[in-house]
Design a protein around this ligand. Structure first.
Ligand code: F0G
Length: 471
């Protein structure tokens, strides 16, 4: 028999209570957090969809592994396990442990980047871009044009635009190109997968110009799921085999293991080139830790090695992708504009379309983030002009191409009934859609402003806000 219901392929052994609160309390908390849910206490959040990063529930086996972690400074047994697991998956010789993905990014991009250098990507994740730009190199995004149409069901919207890629390399001068970064799945581009075909073509371009291909592989298991089910040639491959094929095409890999290694902290940089590995190792030791732990505890490395195996289990990946798809499909059926097809780790809402009456300079994405918290205690993140907007000299906003809100789903954490609760919250969002109003930024840092920016409701809207019970 084929069942309709997607059941979680695990039993719950330990529970973490959720503190319930009222809409009234949440209105106050939101005001105190300056309309930026990054500034909320997690205890005040009912469903935390802020990120799928470091929020996974670990398995009994991983917790068991934590007990036997070897905390030796040098030559730790747990490091050997982690190194073996990463080497086996990536096929790369030089593995550098780091405390999380951005540490690996900093090490690699400060070694091969710098002024005058250019990186090209399907889409740089925000920390990737920040690490590149911090060293005064340039980061160029070239997503496939198919990604522009949010409602099309093109199966590999995470692809890079190959024509533009060759053109950009020629325009910028091949000697200035420090690397091509393929983010799998493409997080900032909607959690969309990259096809094996696209990766193979990128490899060809890299070979013809002699440019390194760097894989940002934090969701490589989820990307492998999509390749298996959407690219005929790979239907009969195991997920892990597909992932290995992806790594085969790459010269280097950066992983934030807080995603598809099912751990709460960890990362690595994997390299094929010895000379580059030596340079990066110097920086690793100066800034992260000795080569056999990076920034990690022995117990973290133990859990990471186990997680990298568990993530490729078919029952897990099947549940993972199908449950994300379920939420996306239900929202779509309600009439919530979402990015189609649904990505691997998250559902992305098109806030510009949902709140078509709110101009981009009043941040419709951030408005939706606030509404979701207020109505359901659901914490999400804006991926739009708050995250990626820039300013012209006269401080006029240069908006991001999209105003998205990401509902990122932690791995193995929430059940079907939590998801039903989220769907119900969206029904109310739709009912209140017309009376919802904009925000403006009152304080912001120079880099990664979405983390700490403060907002206020627009003054001329205060009256409407009060009348509609929004404040
Ligand atoms: N690359 C991608 C594609 C990511 O999604 C992230 C993190 C990183 C690199 C950096 O890794 O956080 O371990 O330093 N993404 C998280 C998110 C923060 O919410 O999507 P990190």
């Amino acid at each position: 028999m084929r069942h309709k219901t997607i059941i979680e392929p695990f039993r719950i052994k330990t529970v973490e209570p959720i503190k319930m609160n009222s809409e009234e309390e949440r209105c106050r908390l939101l005001r105190e957090a300056h309309y930026n849910p990054f500034l909320l206490n997690s205890d005040d959040v009912i469903i935390d969809f802020l990120t799928d990063s470091g929020t996974s529930a670990m398995s009994a086996e991983q917790w068991g592994g934590m007990q036997i972690g070897d905390e030796s400074y040098a030559g730790s047994r747990s490091w050997k396990r982690m190194e073996k697991a990463v080497r086996n998956l990536t096929g790369m010789d030089y593995i550098l442990p780091t405390h999380q993905g951005r540490a690996a990014e900093r090490i690699l991009y400060s070694t091969i980047g710098g002024p005058g250098k250019v990186f090209v990507s399907n889409t740089h994740f925000d920390t990737t871009r920040a690490n590149i730009e911090f060293r005064e190199a340039e980061a160029i995004d070239l997503p496939t044009p198919f990604a522009k149409d949010m409602s099309s069901d093109y199966p590999f919207k995470g692809n890079i635009d190959l024509d533009q890629l060759s053109k950009t390399i020629d325009e910028k001068g091949v000697d200035n190109i420090a690397g091509i970064i393929m983010t799998v799945t493409n997080n900032s581009g909607g959690g969309q997968p990259v096809s094996m075909e696209n990766l193979k073509q990128v490899r060809k371009i890299c070979d013809s110009y002699n440019i390194p291909l760097i894989l940002d592989c934090c969701r490589v298991a989820e990307n492998s799921y999509f390749i298996k089910h959407r690219e005929k040639e790979y239907n009969d491959y195991a997920y892990e085999e597909i992932a290995k094929k992806i790594f085969e095409l790459s010269d280097a890999a950066i992983m934030s293991s807080k995603k598809d290694a099912l751990v709460n902290m960890g990362g690595f940089l994997a390299l094929r080139n010895m000379k580059l590995a030596q340079e990066c190792t110097n920086l690793l030791i100066i800034t992260e830790g000795f080569t056999t732990y990076g920034g990690l505890s022995g117990r973290d490395m133990e859990a990471l090695a186990i997680g990298l195996k568990e993530v490729f289990e078919p029952a897990y990946l099947d549940y993972r992708i199908k449950s994300t798809e379920y939420l996306g499909r239900k929202l779509h059926e309600l009439g919530v504009p979402i990015m189609l097809p649904v990505g691997g780790h998250a559902v992305y809402i098109d806030a510009k379309k949902l709140y078509s009456h709110i101009p981009v300079f009043e941040y419709p994405g951030q408005v939706l983030v606030c509404e979701l918290y207020k109505l359901g205690g659901i914490r999400t993140v804006e991926i739009g002009s708050v995250m990626f907007g820039k300013y012209e000299d006269d401080h006029k906003l240069i908006p991001a191409p999209y105003e998205l809100v990401r509902l990122a789903i932690p791995r193995r954490v929430y059940t079907q009934s939590h998801i039903e609760y989220v769907i119900e919250t969206f029904e109310e969002i739709l009912r209140r859609r017309k009376e919802t109003i904009g925000l403006r930024i009152i304080e912001e840092p120079k880099f990664l402003r979405h983390f700490t920016a403060k907002f206020e409701r627009l003054p001329y809207n205060n009256k409407i806000a009060e009348e509609s019970g929004l404040e």
